[in-house]
Structures are given as C-alpha cells and as structure tokens.
Design a protein around this ligand. Structure first.
Ligand code: NAD
Ligand code: LMR
Length: 339
C-alpha cells in the first residue's frame, strides 16, 4: 500500500546525558545511527540536579535539530521517570577519569551509583531491556548492575570495549596503509583498562589479492606484541592528555556501533568485541563481565568459540581477568563500607 506503517518508537535511556559523551551521542541516536534509519526513537535523558539546566539545554537543541526519527525527549533528574519503559539503556552517568588518575580510582565514586540504578532499571525498564555500560570502570559497573538487577537477564547487561576494538583496527589500518573497513576480527580480551589485550592472531585484511592474516602482513612480532598492545592500552590516557578530557566523540561512536551490532547483527564470518557475562568460555571466571569476541544475531550475542589461544595470549588474558577479579573485590568493599 502507499501508506507506510511507522514502527513503534524504541525508548532509549541515556544516563549522564548532560556530559560530553552524551552531547556527542544523542544526535547520533536521533539520526538513526544506532537503530537504523527506519526506527523512530524516544530519548530518555537522565542527569543529576547540578546538571539539570544543562540537560534541559541539550533537550532544547535536540528539538531544534528537528530530527525526523525523534518522537519525544524526556529530560529528567528522576531516575524512576528516566527508566520507565526503556528498551535500551546507555549508561554514561558517573564520575570520569581525570589526567593522572587510574580507572580504579574512580571506582568508589561510581559503584554506588550503579547499584542504585540497577534497582531503578529492574523495576521500571521494559522487559528484555538491553543495557550498555560505558561509564568507568565499565566492566565492574556492569557487573554491579547485573548483580543488583537479578531479574534482568544477565545476557542483557554489557559494557563497552568497542572503542578499544575500533582503536586496534585503526592502528592496524594505519600500519598497513589499508582502509579500516578491510581489517576484520581483531579481539579485545578482558577489562576496559590498561590491562586489556588486543589480540590480532585471528585478524585479517581483505584486499584485491584476497584475505591475509594481519600478523603475516605486519611481519613484525615486536610491533604486534608490544607496540600495538601498549598503544591500544594507553590510548584513553593519550586522549586525556591531549584534550584534558576523556574521549567523547569516539566513545559515542563506539557506543552506537555496539548497540547497532547487538540489535542488527554481525556480518557473516566477522565478529566484534563486547564486554559480556562470562559463561566460563576460554577459562575465564564465570560471572565476570569480560570482553570477548562475539557474533550477534536476532538481538542476541554469542561468544565465538574454539579460537586457538597461544601462550602469549593466555598470559595476557589471565592478567586482565585477574584485574577484574580484584576490581570486583574492591567494588564490594566500597559497597560494604558505604552501607
Ligand atoms: P562527563 O563527566 O562529561 O559526563 C558524565 C555525566 O554523568 C555528567 O553530566 C554528570 O552530571 C552525570 N552523572 C553523574 N552522576 C550521575 C548519576 N548518578 N546519574 C546520572 N548522571 C550522573 O563524562 P563523559 O566524558 O561523558 O564520560 C562518561 C563516562 O564514560 C565516564 O565514566 C568515562 O570515564 C567513561 N568512558 C568510557 C569509555 C569506554 O570506552 N568504556 C570511553 C570514554 C569514556
Ligand atoms: C577511554 O578509553 O578513552 C576512556 O575509558 C577514558 C579513560 O579513562 O581512559
């Protein structure tokens, strides 16, 4: 028929929406970059009282941009109102890392926020709400959210390592003088922190000559094992040093990529990296939120199985797992001492 039925809008919560990632992210969502050009959206924007006026300014700009897909904007400092009926929750809210701080130091400030917001989501979000935690410490905030929202399926709670994934692809593309879209199947293992491990053992570059392994094309173990690893691990700190603020446009773009891939699926033969609930795959402690290679189909992710892990990778994967186990302990000690 000539009358096109419009889809039901998807409600997307963005917490910390008055912050700098929020400012970059909300127009991407409203333009359809996260959920596709056919999917109308209603934005739920949450921030805290001191940022209420700035948050309202963001709402005014969203209105002024007259986005065809944007059906409504709810801007609020009330967490219950913000979570009401949301289908997707992007958690940016929290205290960001400043120059010279390790991500661990921001822990105590953020853990109690995530415990409280877990409850608000559990009680008010739509069934099957998908959650992406971006705020640091991202894996451990997601773990706390998962543990204090037991009725949300654990597979629905994820954290962002797509930024690290994209950073690794960008470094490889630059090194080999190829386009980023030709580099596939890098893996970020573990924590979104300076212990993360970018693994290129399975990564490929597609060109007119066919598909080749990145490791063979680079032909320089030192670059792959040392330089690339430390560049990706330290990239967040390098951005903070340069901007005096943490990454925002690249983080917003990666958050779009994460949700888009989760909802719309991965292309055949390719995977991405996401911080997800460990089921014990690759010997990683069950229950941790750990970054794995995943494929996505029908709105569900699954961990890529059966990849060969060499001794070098094993050590790096274990080291970042160990850090997550320690963070979990610190998180619980923060919660107990604030209780
Ligand atoms: P920002 O400080 O500009 O914004 C954070 C916002 O959260 C502020 O507006 C603040 O008022 C708000 N906020 C604080 N407590 C809140 C609460 N309880 N509820 C709702 N909102 C609250 O920070 P940013 O640069 O936008 O970064 C956001 C987070 O993302 C930081 O934790 C940062 O470290 C993290 N980050 C993660 C990645 C990643 O790849 N995982 C990348 C970049 C940044
Ligand atoms: C990033 O990776 O850019 C962010 O997590 C900011 C940080 O703390 O490094």
């Amino acid at each position: 028929s000539s009358v096109k039925m419009e889809k039901e809008p998807t409600r997307v919560l963005v917490t910390g929406a008055a912050g700098q990632i929020g400012y970059a992210l909300v127009p991407m969502i409203a333009r359809g970059l996260m959920l596709g050009p056919e999917q109308p959206v209603i934005l739920h924007l949450l921030d805290i009282e001191p940022a209420a006026e700035a948050l309202n300014g963001v709402k005014m700009e969203l209105i002024d941009a007259a986005f065809p897909l944007l059906k409504d904007v709810i801007a609020t400092t009330d967490v219950v109102e913000a979570c009401e009926g949301v289908n997707i929750a992007i958690m940016l809210g929290g205290f960001p890392r400043k120059e010279g701080m390790e991500r661990k130091e921001v822990m105590s400030k953020n853990i109690s926020i995530y415990k409280a917001q877990a409850t608000a989501l559990e009680l008010n979000a739509a069934d099957n709400c998908k959650v992406l935690v971006v705020a640091n410490p991202a894996n451990t905030n997601a773990l706390i959210l998962k543990e204090f929202a037991p009725s949300i399926p654990e597979n629905n709670i994820t954290c962002l390592t797509m930024l690290d994934h994209n950073r690794a692809i960008a470094q490889i593309a630059d090194k080999l003088n190829v386009h980023v879209s030709d580099v596939k199947n890098v893996i970020i293992w573990g924590n979104h922190s300076s212990t993360l491990y970018p693994d290129v053992n399975h990564a490929t570059v597609t060109s007119t000559d066919g598909k080749k392994l990145v490791r063979e094309l680079v032909a320089n173990d030192h670059w792959v094992n040392k330089e690339l690893v430390s560049r990706v691990q330290q990239r967040g700190a390098a951005i903070i040093k340069a901007r005096k603020l943490s990454s925002a446009l690249s983080a917003a773009s990666a958050a779009c990529d994460h949700v888009c891939t989760w909802v719309l699926g991965t292309k055949k033969g390719t995977w991405v990296s996401m911080g997800v609930y460990s089921d014990g795959s690759y010997g990683i402690q069950p229950g941790l939120i750990y970054s794995f290679p995943v494929t996505c189909k029908n709105g569900e992710w699954s961990i890529v199985q059966g990849l060969k892990i060499d001794e070098f990778s094993r050590e790096k994967m274990d080291a970042t797992e160990k850090e997550l186990i320690e963070e979990k302990q610190v998180a619980y000690s923060c919660l107990n001492s604030s209780a």
